[in-house]
Write a protein that binds this ligand. Structure first.
Ligand SMILES: NC(=O)c1ccc[n+]([C@@H]2O[C@H](COP(=O)([O-])OP(=O)(O)OC[C@H]3O[C@@H](n4cnc5c(N)ncnc54)[C@H](O)[C@@H]3O)[C@@H](O)[C@H]2O)c1
Length: 354
């Protein structure tokens, strides 16, 4: 095993933050969780006792000399302030999705990161499934050929109990619904493989739960290479599935339908010809599976910190995601096509909230 520096971590917010703690503990030669913080001590105490970390306040956590990286796992409306505070104290930051509430805020964060000693990595852990990584490797190796169409289905089920957490379901605190909170991963997976959108149309509505934000959406996208994509997302599907299909000249690729592990193997990749099959084999032959989900992302992040290279998910990736979401919300409200990229003069630059 390589001799790595072990970085101290503080985890802020212990809902999904507990998944971060579990992933970090599988990477003991890279990270050690030294402190946790959550105003709900029934969440922070058991975790701290189990792993031998301290329960501290947020201000204490970001000032501790043994904290190299702060993991922000709090409700979305707190992310900007907590990321800025951690960067200002010289820490690196890992922040859950959605990173912030607008393009203006992500640009503010990028400026703060550029002036800070630490780096910031947004979370898109679904990227690191081995199935999606294989398709991405084929595209990056240039064997996919021109794109035709891609599609994403996110059909999940959220019942009223899910909205018991008071921040959920409201524009001011969740910042969005199925598009922003759930389909955000599938949208990122789509653009990660098929490229950035240049024009989108979206309809969004609330039909499943008694909430402010949307829980059903449908969208069509034109991508930069001229290929097309469709997105269907609902939180009202009794059978939960996620499915991705990518159609390129050289092959089609389809994920499995496990709702929360759709980027993992197995994927079905069907070549269009013997030549395409041979080209695929030259890329995927001898494929070595790597860790997935948060562990997969944090392991690559440790490598990037050691090497001084870009993190596996960058602020630019989070900006692209928020740009697409801004455009989808804009289209759903105006009933019009929205062209991307969105610059600082765009009417939704300061945010998509109604
Ligand atoms: N990447 C993923 O797949 C994934 C999955 C679930 C949630 N998330 C994201 O993670 C974030 C948290 O979601 P969740 O499901 O864990 O929510 P949650 O409500 O279950 O947990 C949030 C925790 O943050 C704590 N908290 C609130 N204010 C705080 C503060 N000022 N300082 C420290 N802790 C504070 C709360 O007490 C709570 O324990 C959201 O942005 C959500 O979108 C991401």
């Amino acid at each position: 095993m390589a001799d790595h520096r072990v970085r101290g971590v503080g985890v802020v917010g212990l809902g999904i933050g507990t998944a971060h703690v579990r992933a970090l503990r599988r990477l003991r030669d890279r990270f050690t969780v030294v402190a946790v913080c959550d105003p709900d001590e029934s969440r922070s105490r058991p975790v701290a006792e189990h792993i031998g970390a301290d329960v501290v306040t947020f201000d204490e956590l970001v000032r501790r000399d043994d904290v190299d990286v702060v993991h922000v796992c709090t409700p979305p409306a707190l992310h900007l302030e907590q990321c800025l505070a951690a960067l200002a104290e010289g820490r690196s930051v890992v922040c859950e999705k959605p990173l912030v509430a607008s393009l203006a805020e992500v640009d503010q964060l990028a400026e703060a990161e550029a002036a800070a000693a630490g780096r910031l990595m947004p979370v898109f852990q679904y990227r690191f499934g081995n199935g999606l990584q294989q398709v991405k490797a084929l595209v990056d190796a240039g064997v996919a050929g021109p794109g035709r169409t891609s599609s994403v289905e996110v059909a999940w089920r959220r019942r009223p109990e899910y909205y018991a957490a008071p921040w959920r379901g409201r524009w001011a605190t969740e910042l969005g619904g199925v598009l922003l909170s759930q389909a955000v991963h599938a949208l990122d997976m789509l653009t990660y493989v098929a490229g950035p959108p240049v024009r989108v149309f979206c309809r969004a509505t609330t039909r499943v739960n008694d909430i402010e934000v949307e829980d059903c959406a449908a969208a069509s996208l034109e991508l930069a290479d001229g290929s097309l994509a469709t997105v269907s997302a609902t939180l009202g599907s009794p059978e939960e599935i996620t499915r991705h299909r990518f159609h390129f000249a050289a092959f089609s690729a389809e994920s499995g339908t496990a709702p929360y592990t759709s980027s993992s193997l197995p994927w079905t990749i069907t070549p269009d010809s013997d030549e395409a099959a041979a080209a695929m084999e030259s890329v995927l032959g001898g494929w070595v599976e790597r860790a997935e989900e948060w562990q997969g992302q944090f392991e690559r992040w440790a490598d990037a910190l050691d090497a001084g290279t870009d993190p596996p998910v960058t602020l630019a990736d989070a900006r692209a995601s928020l740009e697409l979401l801004t455009a989808l919300y804009r289209s759903s409200r105006t009933g019009e096509d929205v062209a991307l990229p969105l610059d600082r003069s765009h009417p939704s630059y300061e945010g998509w909230l109604p």
